[in-house]
Design a protein around this ligand. Structure first.
Ligand code: S6P
Ligand code: ZN
Length: 196
């Protein structure tokens, strides 16, 4: 059956799509092993399994001609000195790209390739980020409000979370003297995250 074109609305301040099919909610437990300060992580978890980020997806077939799209919302906060962030992933089909449009908030996209390249791009409202094929990506909220982005990527891309759970990202975004800075991840290559 022929698909018909469709529209949906993204209204400030929340930018929750007026229509969506899936609402994914990721809490602290899904980030076990990913934050550098394990003691701070355990202390926070003991106080409650806080909601870190949410994704609103519009369902499309996972086929190469399609574009999967939706809204990602990373809430503000830190675990120790490290800002709330997404799990981050490579696409299973490495040769697939992604576009992000920042709608609201302040943050960063931390990226790296299997070959050892890394990059950090800062996100602010109106800024568009192109993540080329091969680059793993993680959104980080460095501001006091929600970091809200619109994303679109090929339908057949798939998600490889396991590689990042096991090795982490080479760079972390932490607060130093009130500012967000990029630092080396001392545990890169030897993370102890759980699959999930
Ligand atoms: C999917 C795209 C985003 C993320 C979302 C949550 O390819 O990059 O929709 O899924 O930002 O991040 P994550 O790492 O938990 O999927
Ligand atoms: Zn992606």
């Amino acid at each position: 059956m022929l698909d018909l074109p469709y529209t949906f609305e993204l209204n400030p301040p929340g930018f929750v799509p007026s229509h969506y099919d899936n609402h994914i909610r990721r809490t602290l437990t899904s980030m076990r092993g990913q934050y550098l300060d394990a003691a701070a992580y355990e202390a926070m978890l003991a106080a409650g399994d806080e909601l870190l980020y949410e994704v609103y997806e519009l369902a499309r077939p996972h086929e190469s001609g399609e574009l999967l799209h939706g809204i990602s919302i990373v809430h503000p906060g830190k675990v120790g000195d490290e800002y709330y962030m997404t799990k981050g992933h490579f696409h299973t089909v490495l040769e697939t790209a992604e576009v992000y449009v920042c709608l609201s908030g302040q943050g960063a996209m931390v990226m790296e390739t299997p070959e050892g390249d890394w990059a950090v791009e800062w996100l602010a409202p109106g800024r568009v980020l192109y993540v080329p094929p091969r680059w793993a990506h993680r959104s980080v909220n460095t501001g006091p409000d929600d970091l809200i982005t619109l994303f679109a990527y090929p339908g057949h891309a798939g998600h490889d979370y396991g590689t990042i759970e096991q090795q982490g990202f080479r760079k972390l975004i932490v607060e130093r003297d009130g500012a967000a800075v990029v630092v080396d991840n001392p545990r890169w290559g030897k993370m102890e995250g759980e699959k999930g």
